[in-house]
Ligand binder design. Sequence first.
Ligand code: SF4
Ligand code: SF4
Length: 472
Amino acid sequence: MYDVRSMKAEEFIDDQEILDTLAYADANKDNVEVIDRIIEKAKERKGLSHREASVLLACEMPDKIEEIYALAQQIKKDYYGNRIVMFAPLYLSNYCVNGCLYCPYHLKNKHIARKKLTQEEIVKEVTALQDMGHKRLAIEAGEDPVNNPIEYILECISTIYSIKHKNGAIRRVNVNIAATTVENYRKLKDAGIGTYILFQETYHKKSYERLHPTGPKHDYAYHTEAMDRAMEGGIDDVGLGVLFGLEMYRYEFAGLLMHAEHLEAVHGVGPHTISVPRVKRADDIDPDEFDNGISDDIFAKLCALIRISVPYTGMIISTRESQAVREKVLPLGVSQISGASRTSVGGYAEEEPEDENSAQFDVSDRRSLDEVVNWLIKLGYIPSFCTACYREGRTGDRFMSLCKNMQILNCCHPNALMTLKEYLEDYASEETYKIGMELIDRELENIPNPKVKQIAYEHIHDIAEGKRDFRF
Ligand code: SF4
Ligand code: SF4
């Protein structure tokens, strides 16, 4: 029985409720009256339920889809302006005891190079990331209680925060590790992590069990209930995601929103971010073996619908996607992207030898961070290296209430400009510096509050003089 407040995975992600939702969506996908009513509701910025959003996903009327895209763009503008937050993944270890069929780190893959960074190697990796200009990392590790115990992860986080190279610093470490216990989540919280990210991969229980035939990840309930345990452990920013291509995208989309509704109903705060990865080619993985791949158009529609269904949740795309696809979905609601990513273990400090592949997937967007920053500026976006909220204690419901009252706009915009200024001073190429400074000059004028504008002007000047780390 479907119960949004239940703490049991099979009840808050009830299979029958999803099937009923899909049937309801099919029954109403041409019903203009229902569709208009749902779009009107979305215009109030209060989000949509999984049933309402699923109707819009099923709808194929071109004029309605246009309306949805226009609304997604408007909501993106209202809440996120033209800022795009930058981050990079850091792979700590690809030892893994699970048997995930779509990931080359699975236990039975004997020819992939297995690596685990030592603390000395982490210093090298993080120094290389700082030298590019990154301030925000997402650390990744396979599940392996012997090679990657929680103590190892905690030690890595502590090392990462301690490294200060030139003007560099990693100011926020998000963590993407396997589902774990409340006690371990508490330890991660105490270590000062930002968001805890865990992709569901698929909400379809039977497919989930088939795709995860061996290892602790096989347990659907333990995996699906991880975010509840994380929140119980005090982590109030959690990031959801499914791996599109594994199951039917309409099923996944409904499950994803049901999960968000569950977190909101039980913990009073929805997901901080939603990621939208698609299955990609990798060492012994052929994405064509999964027959639920989605086209770029459906991918864009999903992004737009996530934006209007959960307006306050950040949306992340990675370098799994090409420059062209990223360009297409940025205006539809994406708020965070990775840049210059390496998906191999130890890939930042040194290029991997040809015969030693430790990457989790093939990167589609292979540009340097400076090229990505330059590209964003030319498209009219402000690349932001801001990490202010977490460091000011604006997490969980404190963050959400600021966001819902649109107060976040008084922080994000000047913070984006100040952190971009730091990037330009310390890491940018000559051309990026030039167009970046022009952007900052223009955008400073768009700060509505005169006092904030004055302070931002002063801080931008201070950064040029060598000072760092200002924030609202
Ligand atoms: S997806 Fe994660 S758990 Fe599964 S094999 Fe890859 S690293 Fe291991
Ligand atoms: S002020 Fe907060 S919400 Fe805005 S970009 Fe910075 S960290 Fe994100």
